[in-house]
Design a protein around this ligand. Structure first.
Ligand code: PEP
Ligand code: MN
Length: 335
């Protein structure tokens, strides 16, 4: 929001009155503007337009047009689908990185259901850095995934990798996953959006929060019923972690933009020993769900074995959700 200041008013007096209300501003002169206007900084307290206009020296208020009106319109909404809800009590989504066989995904579904998860995850189409790595069993894997999930009363989240497979994936999936590598693949976003199916949009590994939300706008503009944002870590320079899990971005999306946010600590950390503490942190920050990798035999996994949980750890994780069901709303500036 911008404020214009009356010609005879002192800019610093107006700024001081605003600061007293918790409204932090920057003179637009500093950013090359006319110098009689102030921009309200995003972390300011929410103060009504009437109250702002009552301050001596303030002339008018301008709200710049949003570049992502459909994402803004999702603000504060709960996603209610048949058999699952996102945005009330947090939910667990778990399963292997890739669907490796019919037997493997059935075993995974059993362990995931035992831990109290709502969703079974598993890639049928796998994006891999090397073309010689396991790239998934495609359509066959989609069928195995759906059957295993149905058998154990679970919902399905799986990655859509190509526009060619959009109809198959949309048919067998409750939540379409768009992977980090494809966050700005606009043709893929359009194809996924057209199906109407809700989308779990992973953050690009080098994307800003604004780029991520604009990618969400592409999905909604094309017809997605809802976009759920998934933080999975951004690229970093420190060896012990695969990525840097950005919980600040989760807090921002959740508490300032009031979007639905899921956290994937598995790809964030890349190692199983940090999944539990990072999951606790994600829930504390306000995540609506966790997306976690789990495998019946991580040593034999064809991808991401080192970050896959087994039954015991997954049960510990599941227990966190029982506790967080009645969690108090997290306090933040604007609440
Ligand atoms: C995955 O979830 O298996 C995956 C490939 O994730 P990301 O797109 O976050 O790398
Ligand atoms: Mn993986």
């Amino acid at each position: 929001m911008w404020i214009t200041v009356k010609k005879d008013a002192d800019l610093s007096d107006v700024q001081a009155s605003l600061t007293e209300l918790g409204v932090w501003t920057q003179s637009l002169k500093q950013s090359g503007g006319p110098g009689r206007s102030l921009a309200i900084l995003p972390h300011s307290a929410a103060v009504s337009p009437e109250r702002l206009l009552s301050i001596a020296g303030i002339d008018q208020l301008f709200a710049p047009e949003s570049r992502r009106p459909k994402v803004d319109a999702q603000s504060g909404q709960v996603l209610k689908e048949e058999g699952w809800t996102l945005g009330e009590a947090p939910i667990l989504m778990a399963g292997p990185c890739g669907v490796e066989s019919e037997e493997q995904i059935h075993q995974a579904a059993e362990m995931v259901a035992k831990a109290g998860a709502t969703f079974l995850r598993g890639g049928a189409f796998k994006p891999r850095s090397s073309p010689y790595s396991f790239c998934g069993f495609g359509q066959d894997a989609l069928v195995w995934l759906r059957e295993a999930a149905d058998h154990h009363g679970l919902k399905v989240v799986t990655e859509l990798l190509s526009e060619q497979n959009v109809d198959q994936v949309a048919k067998d999936t409750d939540l379409i996953q768009i992977g980090s590598r494809n966050m700005q693949n606009f043709a893929l976003l359009k194809a996924a959006g057209k199906t109407g199916v809700p989308v779990l949009l992973k953050r690009g590994m080098a994307a800003t929060v604004e780029e991520w939300m604009l990618a969400g706008e592409h999905l909604l503009a094309a017809g997605s019923r809802h976009v759920v944002f998934c933080e999975r870590g951004i690229q970093n320079y420190d060896q012990p972690f695969r990525n840097l899990l950005d919980l600040s971005a989760v807090a921002l999306l959740k508490h300032v933009h009031k979007q639905l946010v899921v956290v994937d600590p598995s790809h964030g950390a890349g190692r199983k020993d940090l999944i539990l503490p990072l999951s606790k942190a994600a829930l504390a920050v306000g995540a609506d769900g966790l997306l976690v990798e789990a495998h019946p035999a991580p040593g034999q996994a064809r991808s991401d074995g080192p970050q896959a949980l087994q039954q015991d750890d997954l049960n510990h994780l599941g227990a966190l959700f029982e506790q967080s069901e009645k969690r108090a709303p997290t306090l933040c500036l604007k609440d």
